[in-house]
Design a protein around this ligand. Structure first.
Ligand SMILES: Cc1cc2nc3c(=O)[nH]c(=O)nc-3n(C[C@H](O)[C@H](O)[C@H](O)COP(=O)(O)OP(=O)(O)OC[C@H]3O[C@@H](n4cnc5c(N)ncnc54)[C@H](O)[C@@H]3O)c2cc1C
Length: 300
């Protein structure tokens, strides 16, 4: 029997834990959740949220055999807004197949937007659909952008939306990896426990009401100034247009240094530009991912 690499799982909320003022960890379970896969690191998943009446419009997510994403996604796009379930991208913070559970850490950024609003008022037993890897497919690495190759020196930088991915990455790093992890969060009390065998220094940086990037940007610049490496000649980078996808994750890193940047799209784009153009880091050793875009709902 063959299994799809990625598919939809029906899930319900098993537990809710308020980690910090900004983060809620929601644990999901489901009848076939023991098959949920994932390779850790920054494994991304899609969450399909219920409509206001609790329903999920059938777009073929549970068809047998499993419909390719192109098929169900175009059906979903064609739906009128009133019956279109919101879909958002999140990080698989942890998966425990032996107890059929997985965790997602939600940033609570208000009650106006579908995902944050849902996570703010969710109760145990609420239903959701999670699209993610099926471990029985045997395919690995789908939806994981952390690909440092042989690099053993890393810069990891992101805002609160990237904190779940950064924590999951840190937990899996080998003991011989060194570098710096910079995590910008709304307040000092949003720092939370993360264990790592690596020699990567972890710095939580509160922004305390200032603009997104106001703590992260100077910290990355400081890292650049202290970096003990000669700067090779700067590679020209095109300026992204306003509709350009703000995402580039190299697959074949050959450098011995690797940078992973994720968070608000404008902030990570300028950080990436700084690393490549001002510091001279090879752009093929820099993964940058716009996890959200100020002023724009996901997918709009
Ligand atoms: C690969 C990937 C992994 C991600 N992992 C996580 C994760 O593990 N946890 C997590 O919380 N988020 C994560 N995100 C970010 C999350 O998908 C977005 O924040 C998403 O927009 C939230 O949906 P929403 O319905 O709350 O807001 P939307 O409806 O998408 O947006 C509504 C408005 O809110 C703004 N907005 C969106 N997010 C934020 C925010 N965090 N702070 C302030 N304003 C915001 C938008 O700019 C827009 O103006 C991830 C994104 C990607 C691409």
């Amino acid at each position: 029997m063959t299994y799809p690499t990625t598919r939809a799982f029906r899930a319900r909320v098993a537990r809710i834990e308020r980690l910090t003022p900004t983060f809620a960890r929601i644990t999901f379970t489901g009848d076939d959740m023991q098959h949920f896969g994932g390779d850790g690191f920054d494994q991304r998943i899609k969450l399909v949220f219920p409509l206001a009446n609790g329903e999920f419009t059938d777009v073929g997510l549970f068809d047998e055999p499993v419909a390719p994403m192109t098929v169900w996604y175009s059906r979903w796009r064609a739906l009128p807004e009133a019956t279109k379930n919101p879909i958002r991208t999140y990080t698989l913070r942890a998966v425990r197949p032996h107890v059929a559970e997985l965790d997602v850490d939600f940033v609570l950024h208000g009650s106006e937007s579908p995902a944050s609003a849902w996570a703010s008022r969710v109760v145990v037993g609420d239903e959701i659909v999670i699209i993610g890897p099926d471990r029985r497919s045997g395919v690995q690495g789908r939806g994981v952008e952390w690909r440092p190759g042989r690099a053993r020196t890393v810069l990891i930088a992101g805002d609160e939306t990237a904190a779940p991915a950064i924590c999951a990455i840190l937990e899996q790093l080998d003991v011989d990896v060194e570098g710096l992890a910079l995590i910008e969060v709304p307040t000092a009390s949003d720092a939370h426990e993360v264990t790592s065998r690596s020699r990567v220094q972890i710095r939580w940086m509160p922004r305390d009401g200032a603009a997104h990037g106001s703590a992260l940007t100077p910290a990355v610049e400081q890292w650049g100034r202290e970096r003990r490496r000669p700067a090779p000649s700067a590679a020209p980078l095109p300026e992204p247009g306003s509709d350009e996808v703000l995402w580039e994750a190299p697959a074949d890193v050959v450098a011995d240094e690797y940078a992973w940047l994720a968070g608000e799209a404008g902030v990570v784009t300028s950080l990436r530009r700084h690393l490549v153009r001002d510091i001279g880091i090879d752009r093929t050793a820099v993964a940058f991912m716009g996890y959200w875009r100020a002023g724009r709902a996901e997918g709009s």
